[in-house]
Write a protein that binds this ligand. Structure first.
Ligand code: GLN
Length: 198
């Protein structure tokens, strides 16, 4: 049976994720309501603005349903703002900002600072063969990793060398960067493999 992956379509670069998922052979559908969430095997949470996505999740009455699916083991991949939403803890959030949680990490929003607000860098990610060209746009980094989560990618050069930018916990994967904007589908392929295994 073909794997159906939802892309949370409240805000952010939804179309790019849909294309990347289709390119690696998954069926990709936008998710804006609970009936659509119920029909997917897994969920991608795109980049955008985590504070806005958080508010819209609650406005669309999706916050609790998504959280429950995550708790029940639904695989999910979050890029950038999506990584913030999948993190158990966030530093630098706005007043009242909540995350869906699931990955035992603390992320820092807009972590790279003004000078390196947006940048590109080659790095490697466990489970992806060869170097990956990573695009960071006002990205978070992972400041602290709890025992349940694993680091799968770090910045490899420049002023932010060593910073953790990709993590995994079971069927949950998150990256600070945006693989959906480069036309390189290897991270989506890795995620779809994780979905099929689980
Ligand atoms: N800075 C954004 C946030 O805090 C994330 C940026 C992005 O997703 N490109 O949500």
């Amino acid at each position: 049976m073909q794997t159906t992956v939802g892309v949370l379509a409240l805000q952010g670069d939804v179309r790019e994720h849909v294309h990347a998922l289709e390119n690696v052979g998954a069926r990709a559908v936008p998710v804006r309501r609970t009936s659509e969430l119920d029909a997917v095997d897994a969920l991608v949470i795109p980049g955008g603005e985590s504070t806005t996505i958080d508010k819209l999740l609650r406005a669309f009455e999706l916050f609790e349903p998504v959280r429950q699916r995550l708790r029940a083991g639904m695989p999910a991949y979050g890029s950038c703002a999506g990584m913030i939403l999948l993190a158990d803890r966030v530093i630098g959030g706005i007043e009242g900002q909540q995350t869906l949680g699931g990955i035992d990490v603390t992320v820092r929003r807009n972590a790279f600072g003004r000078q390196v607000d947006s940048f590109e860098s080659d790095l490697s990610v466990d489970g992806v063969e060869g170097p990956l060209h990573a695009v960071f746009i006002r990205a978070p980094w992972v400041e602290e990793v709890g025992p349940a989560a694993s680091v799968v990618g770090r910045v490899e050069g420049g002023p932010a060398a060593g910073r953790i930018v990709a993590v995994r916990q079971g069927p949950l994967l998150a990256s600070s960067f945006h693989p959906e904007v480069t036309g390189d589908t290897r991270v989506h392929r890795l995620f779809v493999e994780i979905v099929r295994e689980s």
